[in-house]
Ligand binder design. Sequence first.
Ligand code: USQ
Length: 381
Amino acid sequence: MRVLILGGDGYLGWPTAMAFSAKGHEVRVIDNYLRRRLCRERDVEGLYETPNLLERVRRWKAISGKSITPHIGDCCDYPFLSRIFEQFEPEAVIHYAEQPSAPFSMLDHGAADLTITNNLRSTLNLAWAVHAFVPQCHIIKLGTMGEYGTPNIDIEEGWLDIDHNGRRDRFLYPRQAGSLYHTTKIQDTDLLWFYVRTWKLAVTDLMQGPVYGLSTTETDLDDELKTNFNYDEIFGTVLNRFVVQAVAGYPLTVYGKGGQTRGYLNIRDTLACVELALLTPAAPGELRVFNQFVETFSVNELADRVSRVGKARGHAVTVENLANPRVEAEEHYYNPVHTGLRELGLKPHLLTDEVLSQMFEVVERHAGQIDKHKIFRGYRW
Ligand code: USQ
């Protein structure tokens, strides 16, 4: 298939591009290096440097013999985006081109403005470009489990049937996010749902939990094909951070009581889920929603696992409960349904001690490059 990946230089975008290229799809990627720029500006670059997108694509060609076509530019620039749609006529588009950090979106007015502008405009432009040039194209949108928040009832897979005064209808499951970033993802969903109803677009919304890991079949082929790996307070996700902290001898930064529970998945499962969505597309006029995670953990449970594996590898791991810089429930009910992707055939990679140990191995190789100053600065909501 002809697959266009928006945000193809990112933590998930680059491994996705290689995985689809390896499977024989014709892949183009778009990126404007926003994430690299924001990391540089905030002094929170990743654990190691990665080649830029053009170098990555050349390296991929040398290793695999396969081509990925890169476009450096901004999905918020409609003429730029629509030109690519017109020329390439993608059959599927994967939308990762968003400012992905909840803490970043809460830093200051400029960061809030950038998040809302970038995320909503890129999604709006995508809907328009599909409608104008390839109305049958399947949009696969990375959403987030954080759109639902932590309600005191079971979380359904996207939709909720409501009986009211003797009548029944189906609605998007109520959403109540805990950061401006997560709120923009709700707004994205609403935008796409509107255009699904109005223009009959075909959309899959993947409500993804926090991702961990730094290794996929393709990233493991060559050092220059590695994905970005952030461990800082703004762009690093919690489990990736804990492994780096354990290696650096920095007390694991559990925020508040540590009862915050989320649905987690290995980066390999992200690729598998996106591929399953690609191969079994939504129908025209359908907004299909999957809850994309494989197991739930509290922050305390993650800290326990990282401590156990870290100690077994000879690290002196300690844990510190910090005053929570975020506004969030620290003890709560959490029971989300996640059967849709399993029914499509997902075979989950679970968080075993062996998987954690493999993460440790990679991080240990870069132990000398860990900058403790990046780990916690106490940016508050
Ligand atoms: N946390 C800690 N200590 C840390 C970092 C985080 O206790 O050092 C806690 C947070 O307070 C939160 C939980 O761990 O309760 C998860 O935090 P996170 O930073 O790993 O994830 P989050 O900010 O929610 O965002 C990440 C991705 C985002 C994605 C989201 C999925 O950055 O792009 O949408 O995970 S979800 O969390 O399901 O909304």
